[in-house]
Design a protein around this ligand. Structure first.
Ligand code: PMT
Length: 402
């Protein structure tokens, strides 16, 4: 993939990661793109405009009211010029202003005045990142179609360790290529759920299942290889996020629903691989339940069906459900396809040795309104590649591919 001939407007905001953005400019240019840089006031406290002028080969814009610069290329022209606006690093303050729709400096003004793809790579202290205000701002921005790259986890400039580091320049370039690139799913957003959910009974006990996340993570990796922008909403598992996949954690069915719904608004394809609990305890005890009686009855209530809710709400999203069955595989899978109004169901046995939950291998029967197709036993990685090829072909044939 390459960025040859593309026009990238790079926004740099105030954060120590701004020093990495100079390398990012070089990497983008190596891929054949033209880069123009806009810096906020905060960014200039970390790196000088001269640095970006040298690496980009273009004047750097810093001020909305610079008459000389406006005469050369006005800010509206600049907003129209870009194929993509990439803000890296994106500080918590910038993200808040972007969410609020403010236009109180050149960069936020450009972001409002463009119809180019908007991509942001957050970078901040881990507590600033996990603060509900920042999290809500990011969810709202994603809902509006802004693509989030990262942040990554690791040691931070402030001496702490956690989530909030800017992604590496090469990773950002890869994702930009993916967004603007040539893979068969380039520019498409694929949303995937994976893993189990945990439904708490009391502070130390829960109801769950044996899903390891292996199938869903393999599907996410395969979708990313086809060039899609992939978001993986994952239940608690111990797997690493696949390359070029944006992972969002969700523990319970309710958390998973809340993570999925705003993102589904922007998705082109939704694949529900997660083994979401169908029931949860109606009450969660505040304290550990004591061992007093010979038996304990726990009242359960239904969870909301995430897949059915997505399919019912976003009719233009191509929806693929999984069906985990121990009998009547085809009958139940077809029932799910029709009842939930899905485009495809990938059905698997979960009572056979060596496949299904937690296994490294699996087999699928794909069910659509056109018929059935067997994908035989193989590694989950190979199976996911075959599945994504079938999903791609069905999506390209469908009216939802516009
Ligand atoms: O994670 P692994 O260990 O690799 O195992 C893979 C797997 C066996 C979990 C996977 O291949 C699989 O079958 N996933 C679906 C499991 C499941 O919950 O199936 P179901 O038949 O109960 O649900 C049907 C569909 O509705 C699924 O797409 C499920 O994600 C979705 N669902 C179910 C309930 C609910 N509340 N919300 C949902 O979205």
């Amino acid at each position: 993939m390459s960025l040859a001939g593309r026009k990238v407007l790079l926004g740099v905001t105030g954060g120590i990661a701004a020093y990495k953005s100079a390398d990012l400019v070089r990497r983008i240019r190596e891929q054949g793109a033209e880069v123009r840089v806009v810096m906020t006031e905060g960014a200039q406290a970390f790196v000088t405009p001269l640095t970006f002028q040298a690496v980009s080969g273009n004047d750097v814009r810093t001020d909305l009211f610079d008459r000389g610069a406006e005469a050369a290329m006005g800010h509206i022209e600049l907003a129209r010029w870009a194929d993509v606006i990439c803000v890296a690093p994106a500080s918590a303050d910038f993200i808040a202003r972007l969410r609020a729709g403010m236009a109180n400096d050149l960069l936020t003004t450009l972001c409002l005045a463009t119809d180019a793809k908007l991509v942001i790579a957050p970078a901040m202290n881990r507590l600033m990142w996990s603060n509900p205000a920042t999290q809500e701002n990011c969810v709202t921005l994603e809902q509006r179609g802004v693509v989030m790259l990262g942040p990554a986890s690791g040691s931070q400039a402030c001496g702490e360790t956690g989530e909030g580091r800017m992604m590496q320049p090469l990773e950002i370039v890869d994702d930009l290529s993916r967004l603007l690139g040539e893979g068969p799913l380039a520019g498409k957003q694929v949303l995937i759920t994976a893993g189990p959910t945990l439904e708490p009974i009391d502070p130390v006990r829960y109801i769950s299942n044996n899903s390891s996340g292996k199938m869903g993570y393999a599907v996410a990796a395969a979708a990313a290889r086809l060039g899609a922008v992939v978001t993986l909403v994952s239940g608690p598992v111990t797997l690493d996020a696949p390359p070029h996949v944006q992972r969002v954690w969700a523990n319970s069915a309710e958390e998973m629903l809340n993570a999925v719904m705003p993102r589904a608004a922007e998705a082109d394809i939704f694949i529900a691989t997660a083994a979401v609990a169908d029931y949860r305890p109606a009450q969660q005890a505040d304290n550990k339940i004591k061992k007093q009686n010979e038996s304990l009855n726990i009242a359960l209530e239904r969870t909301e069906d995430i897949l059915a809710t997505v399919a019912g709400t976003y009719k233009d999203v191509f929806t693929v459900g999984f069906a985990a069955e121990t009998d009547k595989l085809l009958e139940y899978a077809r029932g799910k396809l029709e009842r939930k109004q899905l485009d495809m169901v990938a059905a698997n046995w979960v009572n056979q040795p060596g496949t299904g939950f937690d296994a490294d291998q699996n087999a699928l029967t794909l069910v659509t309104t056109d018929g059935e197709e067997e994908l035989p036993v193989q590694s989950k990685a190979q199976l996911a590649t075959e599945l994504m090829d079938k999903v791609l072909a069905a999506y390209q044939r469908s009216a939802k591919n516009s």
